[in-house]
Design a protein around this ligand. Structure first.
Ligand code: PLP
Length: 398
């Protein structure tokens, strides 16, 4: 007998499950376009040169515990990286804590919302979104709901639907907004649309929770990509942001990120920090050292920062190049349908519009792994496999 006989088998994570199946596949033609992690031209994971250099400098650094809220300099640099000039003296009304990457930052932020925003506050998540958003809300004991976002007909933004849902939501709701490079669709609002979103959110007293997993990764320009968060800060919102250094620094497994909360008042900040620290203390006591030290080393050295910016441009540039090559390859094969959205979408992913049966053909017949939703991570494609990919899409679609 066991105490655990009634433990039900949970579902496999839709993203990580596909990646496990890829690893188990022994076919030499296999291609992984499932996981949201950068691969170089040879399909290999990439350690950024600026990180490598920082790592050399950090060799032998002490392994002592960090403060509960992390490295103070890291927190300052993180807030500055995201909010830039929009900070403009608002530092005193902001609290930043180091977090276990983007996921951990979202989690602490959502728990804070459950505890300290009015009972019944609902967290709105785009339809579709990164699947973990709903998990995080559920496990944090807060109700989540969806707002319209993607229009399958145009393979673009359902802006009207989004605005209508924002208007229909109860006043003071939390809206999780992707800073840029929306996952999984690759569809972002334009700057004009962000301004309308901010107007409506203001009218409704909604609270932006910016999920910043791809700053610098979408356009290759850190400031351009931060437009939406800076807009909300400039407009005087009280807001949350969860930053991840997984993609833009390639620090995936180092679990490096930050949560920032902006208030209207300075005097509440020490109290907010004290509560964040109590939650962190009870969950994991203090954050990991290495990734945050790497980011701090790079961001506090102008030369390393310049190298980082250059590498970000290279990574995002390669992905843009892949988008164009995939489109060209599909057009060359006269694959039925319009595929322009592949170059119009932005960031690491394209929401191809392939149906589940078409995805199954790619996976089962061609060993090309992608999500059931048709989301392709362009980082997994390169000059060696784009033709193979396009052949497979032609077969699946016709
Ligand atoms: N938010 C979005 C939209 C993401 O795509 C990801 C990663 O894929 C994350 C947050 C968090 O990732 P991490 O916890 O590795 O920082």
């Amino acid at each position: 007998p066991t105490l655990f006989a009634n433990v039900p088998l949970g579902p496999v994570d839709p993203i990580l499950g596909v990646s496990t199946a890829f690893k188990a596949d022994t076919d030499p033609r296999k291609v992984d376009t499932s996981v949201g992690a950068y691969r170089d031209e040879n399909g290999k994971p990439y350690v950024l040169k600026c990180v490598y250099e920082a790592e050399k400098r950090l060799l032998g650094a002490p392994k002592e515990y960090l403060p509960i809220d992390g490295i103070p300099e890291f927190n300052k640099l993180s807030a500055k990286l995201l909010y830039g000039d929009a900070m403009n003296g608002k530092e005193k009304r902001m609290v930043t804590v180091q977090a276990l990457s983007g996921t951990g930052a979202l989690r602490i932020g959502i728990i804070f919302i459950r505890k300290y925003l009015p009972a019944g506050t609902v967290v709105y998540i785009s339809r579709p979104s990164w699947t973990n958003h709903h998990n995080i809300c559920k496990e944090s004991g807060i109700q989540s709901a969806e707002y319209a976002y993607y229009d399958p007909k145009t393979k673009g933004l359902d802006f009207t639907g989004m605005i209508n849902d924002m208007k229909a939501a109860p006043n003071g709701s939390v809206f999780v907004l992707h800073l840029c490079a929306h996952n999984p669709t690759g569809v972002d609002p334009t700057h004009e649309q962000w301004n309308v979103i901010a107007d409506v959110m203001r009218e409704k007293n909604h609270i932006p929770f910016m999920d910043c997993a791809y700053q610098g990764y979408a356009s290759g320009d850190l400031d351009y990509d931060a437009y939406s968060a800076r807009l909300f800060l400039n407009r005087g919102f009280e807001m949350f942001s969860a930053q991840s250094y997984s993609k833009n620094f390639g620090l995936y497994g180092e679990r490096t990120g930050a949560l920032t909360i902006v208030s209207h008042r300075e005097d509440v900040i020490p109290k907010m920090l004290s509560q964040l620290k109590m939650d962190i203390r009870a969950m994991y006591s203090s954050p990991p050292t290495h990734g945050a030290r790497l980011v701090t080393t790079v961001l506090s050295d102008p030369e390393l920062t310049a190298l980082w910016v250059k590498e970000l441009k290279e990574m995002s540039g390669r992905i843009k190049d892949v988008r164009q090559k995939v489109l060209d390859a599909l057009i060359a094969r006269k694959v039925p349908g319009n595929w322009e959205h592949i170059v119009n979408q932005i960031g690491m992913f394209t929401y191809t519009g392939l149906t589940k049966p078409q995805v199954d053909i790619l996976v089962n017949k061609y060993h090309i792994y992608l999500l059931g939703s048709g989301r392709v991570s362009l980082a997994g494609l390169n000059n060696k496999n784009i033709d193979y990919f396009a052949d497979a899409v032609l077969d699946a679609v016709t």
